[in-house]
Design a protein around this ligand. Structure first.
Ligand code: VG1
Ligand code: CO
Length: 550
């Protein structure tokens, strides 16, 4: 057994997107594809440590969402890590760790960083997607400076350092060696569960289940299953069977592990009618997203963030109040109204959790969220699906109120930000790029333009200056903001693997409680028409309707 240097050549297209490098499994199976990217990452990490020691003597965390190629990728990465001087790897048992669990393990063990193997909500299996993402020592996604550096390195790389050691066993807890490197196979749930225990009133939740509170937790055949089973059914006494679709499968049962009303339709169907459970929830492929559902009532992610912010002090972990909140730009401004009422700061960041990291590290915000079914807090540096579910459970217990009544009361107090996202998937890349380019070019002319009674007060391409490190991220999405607070936002997805996906985000504020309840798409129809008039979506894509509306 020996450490080897293998010559290689740059592979194009290894630029990380919104959340790591995501490609078709077939792409990752190309010779040296994964090796090139991981070596580029290690090369960069070896040059960026303040002490100049690089990875020597450091601990990395490693795990993934269990999708197809997870286990093989773990073995490859372990060999590269050993050959690149890593001293110790904390590996989730079976190669499994949810995204929030990786974050929790990095933080609790003060690891140097961690690697998450996931393409999150994207489908899995041999025909599906695979992905890899690096998280830094704060437990959060690598910032743009680091991901850009890794990408640049993939374009100049010429050698890979690895070893010819055989595969290790990853199913048994305990320590093994790969060359000089220790691999500690850890319980994937333990550290994460310890964090949850510190934040929520487990005693109260236990008594809810004991008194007959019913719940359906759909983990969509993905990595959330083991966590939900251990915590909800194991520790909190929810009846067996509360967690459904709970085995992590390599292909997520052939389904799309994205917890929204379209892809989690089975859950939505179960939550209809008086006989349905009190509470429903779902998590995604890597268990960082969540959808919260009441009986006959689906909570929009933007509303979820706003309600959580308004009621945070009713949860033990947030009893002392919130430092501030942050939302991604396309997320509705519902939380802004709560922040204003509470007198706390509210930040608007570009899409992707990596932009919350500095604000969380600096203690400027406690809660953050995205319209894409992501909510989280400063307990880790990732969005966290089961955390959000426990938050809502705790909230129902603490208030004695249903999900629906909590949200309705919120609308009465703050008004409702009626919201929807329309996705146009599988657009030819050049068509999508031309649409966005033309839209950007049209921005100066749109300023001040009237559409019926509304007029545009801001037409821009969102640019963000990080308040902590002052880095600037521009070109983050075209915003049309109207005089009545309505917004239309256009951006291209940075997580897809086939063609381009145009995301159209629509929002309008309604303070009149008698007008808050109609069908959302109807309430937003004017804005939809306006978006099409401005961007020519239908004409350019040939698509009469979006592929997904949430
Ligand atoms: C999407 C969402 C974004 C989220 C990202 C990663 O990105 O819109 O809010 O942070 O996915 O989520 P994009 O660029 O496709 O719009 V996950 O759960 O897929 O890691
Ligand atoms: Co995810």
């Amino acid at each position: 057994m020996a450490i080897q240097t293998i010559p290689t050549q740059p592979i194009t297209g290894q630029r990380p997107g919104t959340s790591g490098l995501r490609k078709k499994v077939s792409t990752f199976l190309q010779p040296l594809y994964l090796e090139n990217f991981v070596q580029a990452l290690f090369d960069v990490l070896n040059h960026t440590t303040p002490d100049g020691q690089g990875l020597a003597g450091q601990t990395l965390v490693l795990g993934g969402d269990g999708r197809y190629h997870n286990r093989a990728a773990v073995q490859t990465i372990l060999r590269l890590a050993a050959a690149n001087g890593v001293a110790r790897v904390l590996l989730g048992q079976g190669g499994i760790l949810s995204t929030p669990a990786v974050s929790a393990v990095i933080r609790r063990h003060k690891a140097f960083g961690g690697i998450v193997l996931s393409a999150s909500h994207n489908p899995g299996g041999p025909e599906g997607d695979f992905g890899i993402k690096y998280n830094a020592g704060n437990g959060g996604p690598a910032n743009e400076t680091l991901t850009q550096a890794v990408y640049a390195r993939t374009l100049t790389i010429s050698a890979i350092r690895t070893t010819d050691t055989p595969d290790i066993g990853m199913n048994q807890l305990g320590t093994q060696q790969v060359e000089q490197m220790q691999v500690e196979v850890i319980d994937p749930v333990a550290d994460y569960a310890a964090v949850m225990r510190e934040l929520f009133d487990f005693e109260l939740i236990r008594s809810m289940f004991k008194n007959g509170f019913t719940m359906r937790m759909d983990t969509m055949w993905a990595v959330g299953g083991p966590y939900a089973k251990a915590i909800l059914e194991g520790e909190l006494g929810a009846p067996a069977g509360t967690v459904v679709n709970g085995e992590p499968l390599e292909d997520f049962g052939g389904l799309h592990p994205d917890p929204n009303p379209v892809n989690a339709e089975e859950l939505i169907a179960h939550m209809r009618g008086a006989a349905s459970p009190d509470f429903g929830a779902a998590t995604d492929g890597d268990a960082d997203r969540n959808m919260v559902v009441g009986r006959d009532f689906v909570v929009s992610p933007s509303d979820s963030l706003a309600v959580m912010t308004a009621r945070a002090t009713q949860i033990p972990g947030y009893h002392a109040g919130l430092a501030g909140v942050a939302r991604s730009m396309p997320t509705s401004a519902a939380v802004d109204r709560v922040a204003k009422a509470l007198g706390i700061e509210c930040f608007e960041t570009p899409t992707g959790w990596k932009f919350f990291g500095n604000l969380l590290d600096a203690g400027r915000v406690t809660l953050c969220g995205e319209e894409s079914y992501g909510t989280g807090s400063d307990h880790v540096r990732e969005k966290d699906g089961l955390w959000a579910v426990l938050f809502w459970l705790n909230l129902q217990g603490a208030t004695g109120r249903s999900v629906e009544s909590l949200v309705r009361e919120h609308w009465q107090t703050y008004g409702r930000n009626i919201y929807s996202r329309h996705d146009y998937e599988g657009i030819p890349v050049d068509v999508a790029n031309a649409l966005m380019a033309d839209l950007r070019a049209a921005l100066p002319g749109l300023q001040g333009q009237y559409f019926g009674k509304r007029h545009i007060v801001t037409a821009d391409d969102f640019s963000y200056t990080d308040p902590v490190d002052h880095s600037v991220s521009s070109g983050q999405g075209v915003r049309l903001i109207f005089n009545d607070g309505a917004r239309v936002v256009f951006r291209l997805s940075g997580t897809g693997t086939e063609g381009a996906t145009l995301r159209l985000y629509l929002e309008r504020y309604e303070s009149d409680t008698t007008l808050q309840d109609g069908p959302v798409q109807y309430a937003l129809a004017e804005l939809v028409a306006l978006a099409d008039a401005v961007a020519g979506i239908r004409a350019r894509t040939g698509m009469a309707i979006p592929t997904v509306m949430t």
